[in-house]
Write a protein that binds this ligand. Sequence first.
Ligand SMILES: Nc1ncnc2c1ncn2[C@@H]1O[C@H](COP(=O)(O)OP(=O)(O)OP(=O)(O)O)[C@@H](O)[C@H]1O
Length: 233
Amino acid sequence: MSEAEGSKVNTVLELAGVGRHFVQGDNQISILDGADFALNAGETVALVAPSGTGKSTLLHLAGLLERPDEGEVIIAGESCSRLSDDRRTAIRRSEIGFVYQFHHLLPEFSALENIMMPQLIMGLSKAEARDRATQLLDYMRIGHRADHRPAELSGGEQQRVAIARAVANGPLVLLADEPTGNLDPETAGYVFEALDALVRQSGLSAVIATHNHDLAALMDRRVTLDDGKVVEI
Ligand SMILES: Nc1ncnc2c1ncn2[C@@H]1O[C@H](COP(=O)(O)OP(=O)(O)OP(=O)(O)O)[C@@H](O)[C@H]1O
């Protein structure tokens, strides 16, 4: 295999010439315009860019929550832009983990049940899902909170549950949209470090949008958005 072919195989997520345009009033604005990006297996990348430049838009496209207006989103070698909604949902469920700024946990379920849920949807047995959820809670050092509902957890604990839920099905790629943006600096630091450790321990690839340059420095690479394109910083 040539070096070029080898590096393709190693690319878990690719954006190729991606464009996303919105109409605002009388104007069309191009948030992404010919954006290229490649994420390698086991790599962590921080996406650091000013508010409103398109970080969430990029993550939504990469996570197959939206379709680009042009260009391709390629996950594990499969071009996804023209696939059916059902196929995109299947890929998203098996290959993508998402963490948001706000935890979006299901309020009526416990921490453990929230982490079991995506596994049950994927067809795992209750016992398997419970074992994996318990392991993840222990890894995130909140095993003692397993039976608590989200409202009974601190902000940092809620985000650690949300991170555990995002990786519960062993995705290929973790996408996180300011996962610590809603936390005080000290809590943000330890939640981010726990996220980083979990990603590295499980060999995951991750793109993490953050405004925090100290936390971004923990990642393998940093990129920003400039004039609708992804550029290294
Ligand atoms: N569905 C939409 N319709 C119209 N405009 C949109 C839509 N989605 C996003 N935008 C615009 O695209 C721009 C980029 O939004 P996006 O949420 O991606 O930015 P961001 O970098 O994540 O910002 P923040 O850091 O504040 O979360 C914003 O100006 C936003 O108003």
